[in-house]
Design a protein around this ligand. Structure first.
Ligand code: PMP
Length: 361
């Protein structure tokens, strides 16, 4: 197999990366820009790495439109550590949580270990197929923030737009950051594990409004203290240098494509193709999310005759389409089509779904 015999990888994460980014990384692997070392071998205090992390932050700010009064941090421990860290730093006793799927459930469970985490809405009765209107919910006056998950990776439900509720919003954007333009100023904090729309696993992007740093309790463990991390420019300890470098390449790539408007257009086209294949199958396939909340990143679907699911996944694999098995908690199938997923891969899947349905109806 040559480096270019790549399969269509529908993995939910770590997910597919843009080929030009991988090519640039290959180019740099032995000798980053004449430095004589790879990024993996550089001191994180060297002038070379300083330029890499500063450029990554600058390009992140440019592509996401991050206002000057927000910090951009590259942390470790995945989005899962943010469930804990944000509660330790920002909860101050009480916070409100909106639960629309599996990751939101984990976020509130972690927060409960650090204070009163109110479950102000839970889509359980709808089997997590929708998002609420955040303006219609009752919040606690003493809650220090409202937390929600913009896109639930397992259930494939997405709010579709930035909410605005006049409260400090904390948003888990792990599985859809930058899938469309978003307004950072609507949020107190945004966090996202890198391994879907940003880069490889190993770093977690945190975008945090600066005034929140003044309210952080004293004496948190330094690695878990946003102020310590912000004051040290994400360099309190040895950071995941390679992952940060790769995220930097992804930000540059997004800018070269014309930014998030262009990315959104492409994502819309891909999602429309896939949902049409489901909707036009005469019930052979079924989707999960209610129409207005259909994710453009993660598309879970079932074969109405579940006995055929194993064969469907097997044949797809034989045809170069991998990682279509649904999450173990919900079964069925799931196609994750992140920013870097090519449209020809979605066309191939839609075609295969049609053929498979015809042969097995
Ligand atoms: N939140 C969401 C929405 C996710 O999809 C994931 C990972 N799939 C997580 C949080 C947890 O991320 P990590 O594995 O980086 O801790």
């Amino acid at each position: 197999m040559s480096a270019y015999d790549r399969v269509y990888n529908f993995s939910a994460g770590p997910g597919v990366l843009p080929v030009p980014v991988l090519e640039q990384a290959r180019e740099d692997i032995l000798n980053w820009q004449g430095s004589g070392t790879s990024v993996m071998e550089m001191s994180h205090r060297s002038k070379e790495f300083t330029s890499i992390i500063e450029q990554a932050e600058a390009d992140c700010r440019a592509v996401y439109g991050v206002p000057d009064n927000y910090k951009v941090l590259f942390l470790q421990g995945g989005a899962s550590l943010q469930f804990t860290m944000l509660a330790m730093n920002l909860m101050h006793g009480e916070a409100d949580y909106v639960t629309t799927g599996s990751w939101g459930k984990k976020a509130i469970a972690s927060a409960k270990l650090h204070g009163t985490a109110n479950n102000v809405y839970d889509a359980k009765e709808f089997n997590y197929d929708r998002c609420p209107d955040l303006n219609s919910l009752d919040y606690s006056d003493s809650a220090s923030f409202v937390h929600f998950t913009m896109n639930e990776t397992i259930q494939g439900v997405d709010y579709g737009a930035d909410p605005s509720i006049g409260k400090d919003l904390v948003c888990d954007m792990s599985s859809n950051i930058g899938c469309r333009p978003f307004d950072v100023s609507k949020y107190a904090m945004i966090y996202a594990g890198a391994q879907k729309n940003l880069g490889p696993a190993g770093t977690t992007l945190v975008i945090l409004r600066e005034d929140l740093l003044d309210r952080i309790p004293e004496n948190l463990p330094p690695m878990l203290d946003y102020k310590v991390q912000a004051d040290s420019g994400s360099l309190y300890n040895t950071p995941p240098c390679w992952a940060i470098y790769m995220c930097g390449l992804v930000f540059k790539h997004l800018l070269s494509l014309g930014g998030l408007e262009a990315v959104e257009k492409n994502n819309r086209a891909k999602a429309d193709l896939l949902y049409s294949a489901i909707d036009n199958s005469n019930g052979f396939y079924g989707g999960h999310a209610q129409l207005p909340f259909r994710s453009t990143m993660n598309v879970p679907f079932v074969l109405t005759n579940d006995d055929l699911t194993g064969e469907f996944i097997k044949e797809a694999g034989e045809n170069g389409m991998i990682q279509l098995k649904g999450h173990r908690s919900v079964g069925g199938c799931r196609a994750s089509i992140y920013n870097a997923f090519p449209i020809d891969g979605v066309e191939a899947l839609a075609q295969f779904m049609g053929d498979f349905a015809q042969r097995n109806s």
